[in-house]
Design a protein around this ligand. Structure first.
Ligand SMILES: Nc1ncnc2c1ncn2[C@@H]1O[C@H](COP(=O)(O)OP(=O)(O)OP(=O)(O)O)[C@@H](O)[C@H]1O
Ligand SMILES: [Mg+2]
Length: 357
């Protein structure tokens, strides 16, 4: 069993508050991702869980044991946690096999047990052929996989991964996502994963914590935070979205910048609102409530990426690739929208969407 409980953790470096009142429980066997822009405090949180950094205030528990807080501090080597660092240090003088075997040698496992475990894990990260190579004979991505194998080989109950796929090309990245998920499913370990890549977070996580400016903006399943973001920032960070100013009237939202055209609305907001719509949620259809002119479209194979002018507003519409051949620039089209997200019209949008750097 491995749960992580983080209570009111705040971390400051000098004047700089990097994380504020972080509160979370990561469940046993859960795959949790800390997602957020560069500099938002993801690595710092991971290092505090591992014991390489102390919280300024607050407590961290692994299972029921207090490991950081008050006068208590359990050093990293006593926490039984596996970690892959963002900088994936591997030992340059050891070949791949010995790098990966190292944690088991420390545990004084038998030669045979070590060989079996190392071979298994090297196979999982597609490095069996490279067992005898030194790190300087490997690419960055291969070295990163050595670090991943080394963290996995001792089958820790809690695995902390800090952007472990950042150096891999797109194809390998996808297959490694799957491998990491598989390893997690097979072993039932708890994984805390750090990335700034929203697709990776969506694909892998049971639960995502989206962090910005040192605070958790929203936590939830990938579908929750993608479809029901609690703020324009979250809507914008996960996937593509466009914002439109509107006003709620009986049963609809009217858009002044779209020549007063409207979309049906049955929610509880009133008055001026900011409406967010993902481009795949605008649908070209003959009976849509809005009318516009197709300005451009790009055929991308699986989809058509279109721009439709409605009044003074250009709307991005991602339509099915199968519409190829039916789209004519300059022609009238009708649109409807599904899953619109409606927020209060507060604050300057640029300010709300800005990230901490
Ligand atoms: N030891 C340190 N001393 C002072 N400031 C630090 C220290 N470690 C981190 N910081 C600062 O804390 C903030 C958060 O850093 P952190 O490495 O946790 O960000 P991150 O979310 O992992 O970013 P990235 O995606 O770029 O890796 C940054 O502003 C960083 O400069
Ligand atoms: Mg980092």
């Amino acid at each position: 069993m491995a749960t992580v409980t983080i209570r009111h953790v705040t971390k400051t470096f000098g004047e700089n508050t990097v994380l504020r009142e972080f509160d979370a429980v990561f469940g046993d066997g859960e795959f949790v991702t800390l997602l957020g822009p560069s500099g938002c405090g993801k690595t710092t949180m991971l290092r505090m869980i591992a014991g390489f950094e102390k919280p300024s205030t607050g407590e961290i528990y692994l299972d029921d044991t207090l490991v950081s807080g008050g006068k208590t501090f359990v050093p990293p080597e006593k926490r039984g946690v596996g970690m892959v660092f963002q900088s994936y240090a591997v030992w340059p003088h050891m070949n791949v096999f010995d790098n990966v075997a190292y944690p088991l040698k420390i545990q004084k496992r038998s030669r045979e047990a070590i060989r079996t475990a190392v071979e298994k894990v090297l196979e999982a990260v597609h490095l069996s052929r490279y067992a005898d190579r030194l790190p300087n004979q490997l690419s960055g991505g291969q070295q990163q996989r050595v670090a991943l194998a080394r963290a996995l080989v001792a089958e820790p109950k809690l695995l902390l991964l800090d952007e472990p796929l950042s150096n891999l090309d797109a194809k390998l990245r996808e297959s490694m996502r799957f491998e990491i998920k598989e390893i997690q499913r097979r072993t039932g370990i708890t994984v805390v994963y750090v990335t700034h890549d929203q697709t990776e977070a969506m694909a892998m996580s049971d639960r995502i914590f989206l962090i910005n400016r040192g605070e958790v903006q929203q936590e939830g399943s990938p579908a929750d935070i993608y479809n029901r973001p609690n703020s324009p920032f979250v809507a914008d960070f996960l996937g593509k979205v466009d914002f439109f100013s509107g006003e709620v009237r009986q049963g609809e939202i009217v858009f002044p910048d779209m020549g007063g055209q409207s979309l049906p609305y049955s929610g509880d907001r009133t008055g001026k609102v900011r409406v967010a719509v993902r481009p795949e949620n605008f649908i070209l259809c003959d009976d849509g409530p809005m009318e516009g002119i197709l300005e451009t479209w790009y055929y991308l194979g699986d989809v058509n990426d279109c721009r439709v002018r409605v009044g003074q507003t250009i709307i991005r519409v991602i339509a099915g690739g199968f519409l190829y051949g039916t789209l004519r620039v300059g022609e009238k089209v009708r649109l409807r929208a599904r899953d619109i997200m409606v927020f209060p019209d507060e604050g300057a949008l640029e300010e709300i969407l800005s990230i901490q750097t």
